[in-house]
Design a protein around this ligand. Structure first.
Ligand SMILES: [Zn+2]
Length: 643
């Protein structure tokens, strides 16, 4: 029987277990994994990961266990944060945080298991929790191979020769993708997975196997990684999201990575962030190296604010990721020509991301790993301490070109490159006009051109940079339509609806005032019907239901009952608005009166019209209702109780 792969039931979980999971996952801990938070009064603030934030707009309340971004409106409890951050559904977020806290969720019945199985056959609905589980299993399997006395010997010898300690091997979950001897179909992992009844489709979605045959009826699969030393790639929370493999046979590419999956996107991930995060935050500096072993060795030598870019040149996505933890980034490159080219590309990224970026190069054509082994931590630290500023680096390149290359084309290219860097910096705001002016002075000095000519050239480049930035509109980390505020309605009745919710979210005990005011005229469920703004009605029904069973609920209890990030963002918005306005009792009384009378008036208008025989059909009735609502909207746009 398949146990473990589809073991959790999607859908509604018991409230008590949801509360238990919520309490076991402190929102400050969870959000700190993704954003550096600083204390500000009773709250914590940080850069919002849901919009392109350049000042800390996200507030996290440890007391209320909620977050709220005052710029984009995203808000909610710990589940909504994870849902939005990792693109999960509500049940997936619950499962994710339950796993994190080591809380077992109830196992499902058989039927839902089969449903999940067929769901997994469809790439659209592939569950990232399941991918993470299959990856974690594979990581364990690779580690077992490496520890195997015979199978793992060659790889262990290689690591020993590279001076990777056994502590590091364990900490970084290094492993081995074996190559079964006397077997020409490389499917070591696949066979082990089959023995565990892990569906082939799941392995394929995780990028662990490839199907050699396009015809799915005759499956002929091969492992993606064969005879390679395996680097386990985790995200900042420690979830296994992918793998990197270094060849042990000198066959094929030296390094290959997992393909892009629902869980893994190389250009938005950094190797080692899980282990480096704390040190990055506390030193306000992140060091980025190129290779896996460079990163591992740096940590082994006690430089634990180092991450690796996994063989890509530093991307905008990686820049955005780091920006939330530290203001300063040092890119450390091998000093070969490829390193300098990579550095050049990385500069554009960093200047446009307003990251304070410095560059360092390892001398003597070594990589950081070899350099550390040969020279030790202090010399390594010295390299980092002497990292040069981006523009200084460009300036050095320029003057070097001028002294060594006297061809017009060579000089022009160097000037262009330098101007481009200034333009990008000016456009992105990482340089101010005064700094820009000083740099231009310096430049016109060396090239013997008039300041004005250089400025004109620069202006052209700034325009181009602006155009490039507009073209390179970043893909938001989440579907922002889910975060964007829902339509909260306009007009008197909608305002009354909002006011009632604003007050009750802050002063739940005033619910009895509502009950007293509405009965016996209307029942509570009837009152909910009076909420004609869709999202407000959703909130009212959750809120009233909660208040009926618990007269003093925490905000998190209400948030945990809403699945949609959009609704939860509205709840935190209403709560914050209400808190600011105060004057709860009066506002609530007025708002209930207004809501009841708006509703009554609409009913009277409707029945009058009907009795005059104006409305022949349902369509007419709807049209009429709309016109009545419109006129009410024009009447009063101001807040009740605030006038
Ligand atoms: Zn935001």
């Amino acid at each position: 029987m398949v146990v473990g792969w589809f073991s959790y039931m999607p859908g509604v979980f018991d409230n008590s277990i949801v509360t238990q999971i919520q309490q076991a996952n402190d929102i400050v801990d969870i959000i700190s994994e993704h954003v550096a938070l600083k204390r500000k009064g009773r709250e914590m603030v940080g850069l919002c990961p849901f919009h392109d934030d350049h000042r800390p707009s996200m507030n996290v309340s440890p007391a209320k266990q909620i977050f709220k971004c005052f710029a984009c409106g995203a808000g909610g409890d710990v589940f909504k944060f994870i849902q939005m951050r990792e693109n999960l559904t509500f049940p997936q977020a619950i499962e994710r945080l339950a796993n994190r806290a080591g809380i077992r969720l109830p196992t499902p019945n058989r039927k839902s298991q089969t449903n999940r199985q067929s769901e997994t056959d469809n790439l659209q609905s592939v569950d990232t929790n399941e991918l993470a589980r299959v990856n974690a299993w594979a990581a364990k399997y690779f580690q077992k191979n490496l520890n195997d006395k015979e199978k793992g010997k060659f790889a262990r010898d290689y690591l020993a020769q590279r001076k990777v300690t056994s502590e590091s091997i364990k900490k970084w979950q290094l492993g081995l993708a074996a190559c079964p001897q006397g077997n020409d179909s490389p499917d070591d992992l696949f066979r082990a997975a089959r023995a565990r009844k892990i569906p082939a489709k799941l392995l394929e979605y995780a990028g662990l196997i490839t199907n050699q045959n396009q015809d799915l009826s005759a499956v002929r699969v091969a492992d993606k990684f064969v005879n390679r030393l395996m680097f386990t790639i985790t995200d900042v929370t420690g979830r296994v999201i992918g793998f990197g493999g270094r060849t042990l046979s000198e066959q094929g590419a030296k390094y290959i990575n997992s393909p892009t999956t629902a869980l893994f996107d190389k250009s938005n991930s950094l190797y080692g962030l899980e282990h480096a995060r704390h040190q990055i935050v506390s030193t306000d500096t992140a060091v980025v190296v190129e290779g896996y072993t460079d990163c591992i060795m740096a940590h082994q030598f006690g430089c634990s604010n180092v991450v690796a870019a996994m063989g890509t040149s530093f991307t905008a996505g990686q820049g955005r990721l780091l920006r939330r933890y530290a203001k300063k980034v040092i890119l450390l490159f091998d000093s070969d020509a490829a390193g300098i080219e990579a550095a050049n590309r990385a500069l554009e990224v960093c200047l446009s991301q307003r990251i304070d970026i410095k560059l360092a190069f390892v001398p003597q054509g070594k990589d950081p790993c070899d350099f550390l082994l040969a020279n030790g931590k202090e010399k390594f630290q010295y390299l980092l301490d002497n990292a040069v500023d981006v523009l200084q680096f460009k300036w050095n390149r320029l003057t070097e070109k001028f002294s060594s290359d006297d061809t017009l084309a060579g000089r022009k290219a160097a000037i262009d490159e330098y101007l481009q860097a200034i333009a990008t910096g000016l456009y992105a705001g990482s340089l101010n006009t005064i700094e820009g002016g000083l740099l231009i002075n310096r430049l016109s000095g060396i090239i013997g051109l008039d300041n004005r000519q250089v400025t004109a050239e620069l202006r052209k480049k700034v325009t181009t940079a602006a155009r490039a930035a507009a073209y390179d509109v970043q893909k938001p980390p989440v579907d922002l339509s889910a975060v964007r505020m829902a339509d909260l309605g306009e007009g008197l009745s909608a305002t009354a609806q909002r006011e009632i919710l604003e007050v009750l979210l802050n002063e739940p005990k005033l619910f009895k005032t509502v009950k007293k005011k509405v009965s016996p005229a209307v029942s509570l469920s009837n009152l909910i019907e009076h909420f004609d703004v869709l999202v407000l009605r959703d909130i009212a029904s959750v809120l009233f239901e909660t208040l009926t069973s618990n007269p003093a609920p925490e905000l998190t209890e209400i948030l945990a009952k809403t699945e949609s990030p959009q609704v939860s963002s509205c709840i935190t918005q209403l709560q914050a608005d209400g808190e600011q306005k105060g004057n709860f009792e009066t506002r609530l009384r007025d708002a209930v009166d207004v809501l009841l009378s708006c509703h009554a008036r609409r009913a009277i208008d409707l029945s009058r019209a009907q009795s005059r025989g104006q409305l022949k059909s349902k369509q007419d009735a709807n049209k009429y209702l709309k016109s009545v609502t419109e006129s009410a909207r024009k009447e009063n746009r101001r807040n009740i109780g605030m006038t």
